[in-house]
Design a protein. Structure first.
Length: 71
């Protein structure tokens, strides 16, 4: 999947990046590349955590997996 990252320079030459499509996906780094790499690491972790929380919340319920859209 592709996500859009918003990266901006903050104080002391550091950069901050976030992905609005994945709430909580925020990181910082000394370069734009470092921020991108950090986001590539954190996004799957957040999505996996959300998946586990959802499964716990709806334990015992049956769901049909359906693909709505591919981004």
């Amino acid at each position: 999947m592709e996500y859009t990252a918003i990266i901006k320079e903050i104080e002391d030459g550091w950069y901050m990046g976030q992905c609005e499509q994945v709430p909580g996906a925020m990181t910082q780094g000394q370069t734009v590349e470092e921020v991108k790499e950090n986001l590539k690491e954190v996004i799957p972790l957040i999505l996996e955590c959300e998946k586990e929380l959802c499964q716990k919340r709806h334990k015992g319920e049956k769901f049909i997996r359906r693909q709505i859209a591919v981004l």
